[in-house]
Each structure stands twice: as structure tokens, then as C-alpha cells.
Design a binder for this molecule. Structure first.
Ligand code: DGY
Length: 437
């Protein structure tokens, strides 16, 4: 573990003021009408689901209207059945692949046909916990909560039709950690569609060494085409989809989001029995993904009926879910301390001694600020000292290397998109959040 000098980051030193202004500038520089791009460098020219959640939290430190707008705009793209897409295409003239014509779906706003980690309830609760709610805001807030509830019910109904307490993702893009080695086994089982014709845009904007391989893209596109052929029908696709994985990270986020949603539902007097029931089941069932022998959480590939054990930092999102099982929590924290013990920068997305680890490639090794943030949130009521260390190293990494998409765990060098919105947002939260839960 790197040796960190502790400083009081809450004092408003001149240097803090400067970097806070820089973080705001990143967000405002990426801001469009009612939503914010993940970056200004044309890599992601649309609104992304979980990016928007993180972005809203950042805005809440200096412009509450922008924070609510970010969430409301995303909710405007909600499908009639409740699904909230992973991308909303507000601007139709971009070089992004796959664009709105390729997905060919959406309700009111052109969108992708899949979802992303459901962090909205978590972000909304965090934002509301920090402020006094004005009477004039109640209607808007209630309407957001209703829509988020409908989204959670969609996940429960269609992504856990067998009522196991755990939901599935049907495309690696739904995890947000697109090309993680977590998916390698399941992806290899997918036969690439014949005569695939498409043109990637991402590796023209960013060094291809930092992006997923063509072989990965061929499979992403194959799965996407199959979803489209099946009209994104959530009922049939759970069984038919080429990819169906129960991911620890996604389920941990969903469990935390359900717990936070439940608190919001109670606070605003909404019906909450279904959500409460699902939380109880999920809290119990998620521990079935715990491999006692190895002391780690593992994924389950439902399509191929296989346990997938890959040392991904996202397995530690379980801490964020706040399981009551203290025995498991302690074990997990002990292992987390060993995750990238010998490397300077916390946390590598994949354990550095794993044979699929890559220092620079997207989700195959680099440090991601949202992962550090999620783990910090999960740890601060369990191991305050370790949590503070994570907070400090994360803040210092951003100070040193800037607001980027991801970073080397060896050198701290930045990779991927510059002026990255969620990095700026979560930096603001880490620096300015004085609340203990
Ligand atoms: C991308 O385009 O790389 C996105 O992560 C897909 O959601």
C-alpha cells in the first residue's frame, strides 16, 4: 500500500479553490441543454446513464438546478415499460458507433436498447440528504422517485423473472465495465455474426492501445444485433439472449440502490412492499456468490452455467451494498487490502498479478475514479482509516494527473478521454462531502 501523508482536505486552501474551479469547469464545459456529455473530446457524444448519475452529484455542490436537470433529462428517455437506456442520443449528427439508427429504438428520445448500472436512486438520495427540500421542489422530486421505482421494478420483473433475488445483464455494456476480463469466458462462447459491417469511431478519437479490441467489438455488435432482431423484448430476451450474466458489481449497486430507494419511498409516502421484499431476498441471495474457499465474490454466467472468478475491483462493490453479514465484510476488506498492494495507485480495475491484466486498456487494469468512489462509500462505515486512505490517494491522483477517464496503477499516467465529467464530479464529492452516513 502506498505511503500516504494525511492532510485536512476540507480546509479551503487556495490550491483547493483552484482545483475546485477546474472541476466545475470540466462539468460546465461538457454541459449541453439539460444534460452533460461524459467528455468534450467527441469520444462519447451523447448522454450516458450512469455517467449522468455521477454528474448530477457533482453539480449538487454548486448548482442544484443542473443536478436535477441531469436526472430529469435522463428520465425523459425512460421506455414505457420502465427501462432506462444506457445511452440517450440527443444529437443525431455524430460519428459515434453504434448510433441511433443502428440501435433503432427509444421512447420520445432515440436511445440504445440496453441499460447500465442503476445508480440514480443512490445519487438522488445523496443529493437530497445534503439539502433542505423546498416546497416548490416536492412535485418534481416525487415524480423522479416514481420513475426510478418503475425502473427498479422493470429490473426485478424482467432481469430476475425466476425470482432468484439477483438480476442479470444481457450485454457487457450494461455493466459499464465493457471489456473487463470478467466477460472473456462468456464472450468467447459467442459466435461472431457473419459479414458484420460496421465502423468504429472510438479508436479514431483515442489511442487504440487504450480501447477494446476489434474482436471484442465484433461480439458487442453481434449481441446488439441479436437484441435488435428480438425487438429488445425484455420478456423473451432473458432466455434468448446470447449473453446472460449475474454480475456481483451490478447486483451490489442494485441492492444499494434499492435500499436507498426504499428510504426515499418511505420518506415521500410511496408504496414500497415490492422493493422491500426484493431487498430481503437479494441480501440473502447475493452471499451465494461468495466463494468461501477463496474469500472472494464471483460472477455466474447463466447462459453457460459457469462460475466466473476474475479478480475485478467491481467484485468489491459488495461493500457498497452494506451487507449485514460482518463476517463476509471483514474477509472482503482483508482481501481488498491485498488487491494491488505492490502498485502505487489504488485501485487497479483488475488485480495486477492476474494474467489478463493490462496496464492501459480500458477496463482491463487501469484505475477508475468511480470504482474508487464506490468502494470508499462502502468502506467509510466499516474501516474508516482504510476508507480515508482511498479518498486521499484518489484525490491526489487527480491532482497529479488531471480529470481523465482512467489512469495507470503503476505510474498514475492518465489515459482515455480528457476532461472527464464523472472524474470531476466525484472529485468534488470526495473533497467536499462532509457528511458521514
Ligand atoms: C463505449 O462506447 O465505449 C461505451 O462504453 C459503450 O457504452
Amino acid at each position: 500500500m502506498p505511503n500516504i501523508q494525511f492532510t485536512d482536505i476540507h480546509n479551503s486552501t487556495a490550491s483547493n479553490k483552484v482545483i475546485i474551479e477546474k472541476a466545475k469547469k470540466v462539468l460546465l464545459g461538457n454541459k449541453k441543454n439539460g444534460f452533460t456529455l461524459p467528455t468534450n473530446n467527441k469520444l462519447y457524444p451523447a448522454q450516458w446513464n450512469w455517467d449522468s448519475g455521477f454528474i448530477a452529484l457533482g453539480y449538487s455542490y454548486f448548482n442544484i438546478k443542473y443536478a436535477f436537470d441531469e436526472i430529469s433529462t435522463l428520465l425523459k428517455g425512460q421506455w414505457k415499460d420502465g427501462m432506462i437506456p444506457h445511452i440517450l442520443f440527443h444529437d443525431l449528427n455524430t460519428n459515434y458507433y453504434p448510433n441511433h439508427t443502428v440501435w433503432n429504438c427509444g421512447n420520445k428520445i432515440h436511445s440504445s436498447g440496453i441499460t447500465q448500472p442503476p445508480i440514480l436512486a443512490i445519487m438522488l438520495k445523496k443529493i437530497l440528504d445534503k439539502k433542505t427540500i423546498e416546497n416548490s421542489e416536492v412535485f418534481k422530486i416525487k415524480s423522479m422517485i416514481k420513475k426510478i421505482k418503475k425502473y427498479h421494478e422493470w429490473l426485478i420483473k424482467y432481469r430476475d423473472p425466476k425470482k432468484t433475488g439477483l438480476v442479470s445483464i444481457l450485454h457487457p455494456w450494461e455493466s459499464g465495465y465493457d471489456n473487463s476480463p470478467l466477460w472473456d469466458y462468456s464472450m468467447k462462447e459467442i459466435k461472431i455474426e457473419k459479414n458484420l459491417k460496421y465502423k468504429r469511431g472510438d479508436n479514431k478519437v483515442i489511442n487504440p492501445e487504450y480501447r477494446p479490441l476489434d474482436d471484442d467489438y465484433d461480439r458487442y455488435v453481434t449481441i446488439k444485433n441479436h437484441l435488435r432482431k428480438n425487438k429488445y423484448n425484455p420478456k423473451s430476451l432473458y432466455d434468448k439472449s446470447m449473453f446472460n450474466v449475474v454480475d456481483v458489481g451490478f447486483n451490489s449497486i442494485f441492492l444499494k440502490a434499492n435500499k436507498d430507494l426504499l428510504k426515499l419511498l418511505k420518506k415521500f409516502n410511496f408504496e414500497h412492499k415490492n422493493i422491500q421484499k426484493f431487498i430481503l431476498k437479494s441480501e440473502n441471495q447475493i452471499t451465494k456468490l461468495y466463494n468461501k474457499k477463496k474469500g472472494v465474490f464471483t460472477n455466474y454466467d447463466l447462459k453457460n452455467k459457469k462460475e466466473i472468478s476474475v479478480p475485478s475491483i467491481t467484485n468489491y462493490f459488495i461493500l457498497f451494498a452494506d451487507l449485514k453479514n460482518q463476517f463476509i465484510n471483514k474477509k472482503i476488506i482483508k482481501n481488498l487490502k491485498k488487491h494491488n498492494k505492490e502498485k502505487r495507485y489504488l485501485f487497479s480495475s483488475i488485480k495486477p498479478n492476474y494474467n489478463k491484466f493490462e496496464e492501459k486498456r480500458y477496463w482491463r487494469g487501469p484505475v477508475w475514479i468511480n470504482c474508487n468512489w464506490i468502494i470508499y462509500q462502502g468502506l467509510k462505515n466499516k474501516d474508516k482509516k482504510f476508507a480515508d486512505k482511498i479518498k486521499e490517494t484518489t484525490i491526489n491522483l487527480i491532482r497529479k494527473s488531471g480529470f481523465y477517464e482512467y489512469y495507470s496503477c503503476k505510474t498514475g499516467k492518465a489515459f482515455g478521454a480528457s476532461n472527464f465529467s464523472w472524474t470531476a464530479s466525484l472529485f468534488l464529492d470526495l473533497l467536499l462531502d462532509k457528511q458521514q452516513r
